[in-house]
Design a binder for this molecule. Sequence first.
Ligand code: GLA
Length: 382
Amino acid sequence: MNSKPVRLALAAMIGWGASGCCSLCSKKAEIKIMKESFGKTQDGIAVDCYTLKNHNGVEMKAINYGATIIALKVPDQNGKLDDVVLGFDKLADYETKSPYFGCIVGRYGNRIAKGHFSLNGVTYCLATNNGPNSLHGGLKGFDKVVWQAKEMQTAAGPAVVFTRVSKDGEEGYPGDLTLKLVYTLTDKNEVKIDYTATTDKDTVVNLTNHSYFNLAGQGHGDILGHEMQINASHFTPVDATLIPTGELRPVKGTPFDFTKPITIGARITQSDEQLKFGNGYDHNWALDKDGDDLCCAARVVEPQRGRVMEVLTTEPGVQFYSGNFLDGTLAGKAGKVYKFRNGFCLETQHYPDSPNHPNFPPTILRPGQTYQTTTIYRFSTK
Ligand code: GLA
């Protein structure tokens, strides 16, 4: 028997609560995922924008160019929604001038020294697109390609699934890499990203999302007053080209100690060789955790509007980047100009240049294995 008309009639009789919740049960009505065109790439490929909403009014927009989060509206302590991620209004700006706003970076997120690594006795050569090093997957990394996308309603909330195969040899990396990313917006005001990948040849993989946050709202000045806490008693110091030296250095007694909440700006201008190399914070913290359990990596509070963001991850590290390359030359969404340190990133990841550091947690993926990581950005207020 088809019970649909009965259910519809019942729904009409009892009505749906403002929260989208049926008054007779605790099951929430699904909010439709909107899909609309976001234009075409310069190569003529159509790009779509998916809008996900939860029952608290939180809204996320993601496009299949670079699997990029282009907007994220979350409430402040008075319930006012603001977009807390930096980005652009137009696809062409993402293609031509984006410093990785909101996208997925890969096949190897972060740096590989001199663009070289060896695997099974073979040396692979990558494009050097960041001084002498390879950064974020090379010239045309995962941020600059169009992914397949489809919307999906899940028990946890609305989701968009991005898939693609990175072919053997793409940007110099070995093996066909089959990728799946699931972005879910939950009713706990979480953006949950599940990453999976398999390969047909030994390769290296390190994927992360590169959203720039400003918890006061994008375009609302610098992030120096945000209070940052990072669950790490060590970080990986770098050389002048931001390649880890291989050392795991205790943060204690340094401007890198975020084990207790402290504003980003409190020590950023101190005279410190590591801060000088990064022109601020642009380093990997080695998280205090055992194995790949999901655990809290960082917690950020914006004191004026009271927004809180917690970052949970299965990854062993997080790159905290304080937006040091933003210099006021980029006009972002609604004409907002992004100046020095107007956004920060918390890129959950394996450590930079791991393929060249046998003492770092390994990033090799072999046929038959599944790369599987999860990161959650959870929003609340003080
Ligand atoms: C990462 C890097 C930074 C910078 C940004 C993008 O966070 O570590 O050095 O390249 O990406 O501008």
